[in-house]
Design a protein around this ligand. Structure first.
Ligand SMILES: *[C@@H]1O[C@H](CO)[C@@H](O)[C@H](O)[C@H]1NC(C)=O
Ligand SMILES: *[C@@H]1O[C@H](CO)[C@@H](O)[C@H](O)[C@H]1NC(C)=O
Ligand SMILES: *[C@@H]1O[C@H](CO)[C@@H](O)[C@H](O)[C@H]1NC(C)=O
Ligand SMILES: *[C@@H]1O[C@H](CO)[C@@H](O)[C@H](O)[C@H]1NC(C)=O
Ligand SMILES: *[C@@H]1O[C@H](CO)[C@@H](O)[C@H](O)[C@H]1NC(C)=O
Length: 478
C-alpha cells in the first residue's frame, strides 16, 4: 500500500475543512516517505474555529449486566454478520445458551439489557460558537458486545437507542409496523406520530444473516438528529419483520450503519447513511470512535478532540470498494513492538464497531496464544480459551508504520464459565476459564478489527477522502 497519496489526501481534506491555522501547520509538515503513514500532531489540530456542526455521542456504562455465553455468541454474531457458516460445534453451544435463556429458536441470541443512565463525555474540543454540539447516551451491551447511542427521529423527536455500526450501512428501526409478536420492549418509531415522516414509495429493504436471522421492511424519509446535528429526509428503514435474536435484544431499537453507501440494502434505490448525508454540514468530514471497556466512551461527529488520545494520529488509506472501512495491516508482534520485532503478515482488515471481537488470520491467533501457557482452542467453547488468572501479553498490530498496541487486559474478553449455567461442566473448574477476545477470522473475507481492538485506540473515520486515523489512548478497565 502506498501511503504517500493517502498523506496528501488527508492533508488536503483537513485543509479544506479548516481555517488557515491548520493549513499553515500542515504546510510546515515534512511529507512522509512512501512507507510511512501521515502523522497529524495535536498541535496541528489545535485550531480554535471550525465552521459547521459537531456532535458528541457519549456511551454510558451498563453496569454489571451479565448473560450466559457471550464469548461464543460474539463469535457467532461476527460469523453471522458476514455470512459465514457456523460450525456444528458452535451451533451446539449456541443452542445450549439459547436454551438456558429460555429461547427455543436456533440462531445467535441477543438478550434484553437494562438501560444505562445518560451521561456526558469528556471535555469538548474548542469549537466555534456557531458550531452546534449535542450529546447522546450510549450503552455497552452484554459486556461490550454492542454500543448503543440515542438517536432522535421524527417531528416531534422520538428518541431510540441504536447500535452504531461501522460495518453496515442501514439505519433500521423497530416501528409501529413491527408485528407485536416480534417486539420485546424496544422503543418503537411511531410513524403516524411524526409529522415529517413520508413513505419512500416502492422502497423495501431486507438484511439476512448466515445463520438465518434477519430483518426487513419498508422505508420512510424523516428528520434524524444525533445530538445537535440534523438530517432532513434521512432514509429510516422500518422493520416489518425481525428475527428472534433482534426481538430478544430489548434494549436495542435497531442499527445505525456507518459504513459506505454502496452496501445499503434498500431496493430498488440504495439510500445514503446518516453520516453521508450529514457530511457536508460537519465542521470536518469525519467521525471518531473512542470505545472503552465497561465504561463511558463516545463517538464524535465533525471534530477531533485532542484530549481523547495520546501522541499523534497516524492516517492510512481506507479501501472502500467492498463497502467497508477496510485497510491493510502489515503484521504483528506478541508483546510491545518496541521490544519485539514485527513479524510481517500482511492482511486486509476492516474497522468494525458492530463486531465484538478482534478476528485475525489464524497464524497470528496461534502465534499469540502460543505465548499464553494455559491457552487452548476449545471445541466445546468454540474458540480460544485460557485460565482467567493468566497475565496475557500485549498484541501489537502494525498498520502501515503505526504500531497499535492492544493491551493483554482487553484480550481477556469474558469468563467462559457462564455457559456452565446450562452445561454439566463442574462449576469449580469452569469458573477459571476465560474466552479470548482474539479469535480466528477463518472463512471471513478479511480480518475484523472489532471492539476488542477499537477499545485500545482512538480511531478517526475520515469520510472526506476515505482514510482511517489511529492513535493510542489511555486504556481503562484493565
Ligand atoms: C478557545 O477558543 C477561544 C477563541 O478562539 C480562546 O479564547 C480560548 O482560549 C480557547 N480555549 C481553549 C481551551 O483553547
Ligand atoms: C427472549 O428471552 C427471554 C428471556 O430473556 C425469554 O423469556 C423469551 O421467551 C424470549 N423471547 C423470544 C421471542 O424468543
Ligand atoms: C481494494 O480491495 C479490493 C477488494 O478486496 C481489491 O481488489 C483491491 O485491489 C484493493 N485496492 C487497493 C488499492 O488495495
Ligand atoms: C508497551 O506499550 C505501552 C503502550 O504503548 C506502553 O505504555 C508500555 O510502557 C510499553 N511497555 C513496555 C514494557 O515497553
Ligand atoms: C502492555 O500495554 C500496557 C498498556 O498499553 C502497558 O502498560 C504494559 O507495560 C504493556 N506490557 C508489556 C509487558 O509490554
Amino acid at each position: 500500500m502506498k501511503f504517500s497519496s493517502s498523506s496528501a489526501a488527508v492533508a488536503a481534506s483537513l485543509l479544506s475543512a479548516s481555517t488557515g491555522a491548520l493549513a499553515a501547520a500542515i504546510a510546515k509538515q515534512k511529507f512522509p516517505t512512501a512507507t510511512q503513514n501521515l502523522e497529524i500532531t495535536k498541535e496541528m489540530l489545535e485550531i480554535s474555529v471550525f465552521g459547521g456542526q459537531t456532535i458528541r455521542a457519549p456511551q454510558v456504562l451498563n453496569a454489571g449486566f451479565v448473560t450466559p455465553g457471550r464469548g461464543p455468541r460474539a463469535l457467532a454474531k461476527a460469523y453471522a454478520k458476514f455470512g459465514v457458516e457456523i460450525s456444528p460445534e458452535l451451533l451446539l453451544i449456541l443452542e445450549e445458551i439459547l436454551e438456558a435463556l429460555g429461547i427455543t429458536v436456533p440462531g445467535v441470541a441477543g438478550t434484553g439489557g437494562t438501560s444505562g443512565t445518560t451521561g456526558t463525555g469528556g471535555t469538548a474540543a474548542n469549537q466555534s460558537t456557531s458550531a452546534s454540539q449535542g450529546m447522546v447516551a450510549a450503552v455497552p451491551q452484554l459486556f461490550d458486545s454492542e454500543y448503543l447511542a440515542q438517536v432522535s427521529i421524527g417531528t416531534p423527536p422520538q428518541t431510540l437507542k441504536l447500535d452504531f455500526d461501522t460495518g453496515s450501512s442501514d439505519l433500521w428501526v423497530f416501528s409501529t409496523e413491527t408485528p407485536k409478536t416480534q417486539e420485546n420492549g424496544q422503543t418503537l418509531y411511531n410513524i403516524a406520530g411524526s409529522s415529517t415522516a413520508k413513505q419512500l414509495q416502492g422502497a423495501t429493504w431486507s438484511i439476512r444473516y448466515g445463520d438465518g436471522s434477519s430483518s426487513s421492511g419498508d422505508v420512510y424519509l424523516d428528520t434524524v438528529s444525533i445530538g445537535g446535528v440534523t438530517v432532513a429526509n434521512q432514509a429510516v428503514e422500518s422493520a416489518r419483520q425481525v428475527s428472534a435474536s433482534f426481538t430478544n435484544d430489548s434494549s436495542s431499537s435497531g442499527l445505525l450503519g456507518l459504513a459506505m453507501n454502496s452496501i445499503n440494502q434498500v431496493q430498488p434505490t440504495p439510500q445514503k447513511t446518516f453520516f453521508s448525508n450529514a457530511l457536508a454540514n460537519l465542521a470536518m468530514p469525519l467521525f471518531t470512535a473512542n470505545l472503552k471497556k465497561t465504561e463511558a466512551g463516545n463517538y464524535n461527529f465533525g471534530f477531533i478532540d485532542t484530549t481523547e488520545f495520546e501522541g499523534s494520529l497516524s492516517f492510512v488509506n481506507a479501501n472502500t470498494t467492498q463497502g467497508f472501512w477496510q485497510f491493510e495491516s502489515a503484521g504483528f508482534a506478541v508483546g510491545n513492538a518496541t521490544t519485539t520485532a514485527i513479524t510481517s503478515m500482511p492482511h486486509q482488515a476492516i474497522a468494525d464497531t458492530g463486531t465484538t471481537l478482534l478476528m485475525l488470520p489464524t497464524a497470528i491467533v496461534e502465534a499469540y496464544y502460543a505465548q499464553v501457557p494455559s491457552a487452548q482452542n476449545s471445541q466445546q467453547l468454540g474458540g480460544f480459551v485460557f485460565d482467567c488468572n493468566e497475565d496475557l501479553p500485549n498484541l501489537t498490530l502494525a498498520i502501515g508504520s503505526y504500531n497499535a498496541v492492544v493491551p493483554g487486559s482487553l484480550i481477556n474478553f469474558a469468563p467462559a464459565d457462564d455457559l456452565g449455567a446450562s452445561s454439566s461442566t463442574a462449576a469449580g473448574s469452569a469458573s477459571a476459564v476465560c474466552f479470548g477476545g482474539v479469535q480466528a477470522s477463518t472463512g471471513l473475507p478479511f480480518a475484523i478489527y472489532g471492539d476488542v481492538f477499537l477499545k485500545s485506540q482512538f480511531v478517526v473515520f475520515h469520510g472526506g477522502n476515505a482514510q482511517l486515523g489511529f492513535a493510542p489512548k489511555p486504556v481503562t478497565g484493565q
